[in-house]
Design a protein around this ligand. Structure first.
Ligand code: GLN
Length: 389
């Protein structure tokens, strides 16, 4: 036993510790400004926290309904309905989970069989290949190519086999910051319809969209509602990433799969926080407008700073991440550059090779998060000026 290299199950062994935990730890050790893991360094709105505190004081402290508290399911259904025009049944189509990460796991575990194939777009959010592995399925990768990182129907079509079960979509896209256009979503939809595939669509950055970019839920495209699980959460939109409130919206047959897994993963999600989340979703359009305005300013602040010190910046249309090409600085790969930035320059960033399956993928890139106070971003840019020397 003691000689075994690892006690970790074969399922998880290939993945190791998440890149986010690794670099947040490294940032702490070097007292670096953490532009790595994406979490705001400011609090969410007071009224949401008051509503959660209130729920706690009123004794809403026992297990929530497994599929989500009535009030929250209703708000999620209403908001999704308002955004998409789809008629959503709060009890039949909405499942509340402990963060979108749980919703992702529940979707894979509840709707995918061992031996199935899932198409992931690369770079991918790190939880997707792990979700695929948990389900005993195999991932097939569509590599999005710099500088445009566009989805094309031919490239996607080429990955489909008789075993393909689903396409995983993420828009706005972490880490690329791309908001996929209508033509790209139509390409995904066409392949899904042609081969009767499911689509799992992670839309947690749906409200962080800048300038002319428009977020579209793929579930609104013809023939897609009945085959799509739309995943989202509270954390990014309301600056409450530690609350871990997420949800899945899907037609009843797909909801049945998500719930089959959810009830045994966590059973239910923290009750008082669900009441806080319900209050959050009563926010009007002005809240979302202000959020996007604030984040656009932060994006420009950091993007201009990064450009001025010599990074090649891929300006994001959405999310709170900026991808850059770091090759001007002469480092052989993203990991060594990210370690140098964190320990010597005092700014932590994420090496995107963690988001690629192919060796060498993402080596030229580095990801910065701008979900920070303007002063924090300015201080980070000041430190980065040392790179010019
Ligand atoms: N979504 C966050 C990011 O991309 C990380 C969340 C996590 O650490 N699990 O930075």
């Amino acid at each position: 036993m003691v000689d075994e290299p690892s006690q970790v199950s074969a399922r998880f062994r290939p993945f190791g510790e998440t890149i986010f935990a690794e670099f947040t730890e490294l940032a702490k050790r070097h007292d670096a400004i953490n532009l790595g893991q994406g979490f705001p360094d400011f609090d969410g709105p007071q009224f949401i926290m008051d509503a959660a505190r209130d729920a706690m004081a009123k004794g809403r402290n026992q297990y929530a309904r497994s599929i989500g508290e009535v009030e929250l399911n209703e708000r999620i259904a209403a908001r999704f309905g308002m955004d998409t025009g789809q008629d959503v049944d709060p009890a039949g189509n909405v499942t509340v989970t402990s963060g979108c990460t749980e919703a992702i796991a529940a979707t894979f575990l509840g709707l995918v069989n061992p031996g199935d194939e899932i198409i992931l777009m690369e770079p991918f959010y790190d939880a997707y290949p792990v979700g695929v592995a948990m389900a005993g399925a195999t991932a097939r990768y569509l590599t999005l190519q710099a500088p445009d990182f566009r989805i094309t129907e031919d490239a996607l079509q080429a990955l489909v086999t008789p075993q393909t079960r689903a396409v995983m979509l993420n828009t706005p896209h972490n880490p690329l910051g791309r908001v996929f256009g209508h033509d790209e979503l139509e390409a995904v939809a066409a392949v899904c319809r042609r081969h009767d595939l499911l689509c799992f669509s992670d839309e947690v950055y749906e409200r962080l969209v800048y300038e002319d970019a428009r977020h579209t839920s793929i579930a609104t495209l013809p023939g897609m509602w009945e085959r799509t699980v739309t995943l989202s959460s509270l954390g990014k939109t309301f600056s409450l990433t530690g609350w871990k409130i997420g949800w899945a919206v899907a037609p009843e047959p797909l909801t049945a799969g998500v719930r089959a897994a959810h009830q045994f993963l966590t059973y239910a999600t923290a009750t008082p926080l669900q009441h806080g989340a319900a209050a959050a979703l009563d926010a009007g359009p002005e809240y979302y407008r202000q959020l996007a305005t604030d984040y656009r300013r932060k994006r420009d602040l950091l993007a201009e700073g990064l450009d001025s010190v010599g990074f090649e910046v891929y300006l994001p249309q959405g999310t709170y991440f900026i991808m850059c090409d770091h090759r001007g600085f002469g480092y052989p790969d993203d990991r060594s550059f990210a370690r140098f930035l964190t320990s010597e320059i005092g700014v932590a960033a994420i090496p995107p090779s963690a988001f690629y399956s192919t060796p060498g993928g993402g080596e030229a890139l580095i990801r910065f998060a701008f979900c920070k106070g303007d002063d924090t971003l300015r201080a980070a840019v000041d430190r980065l000026r040392k790179l010019r020397a």
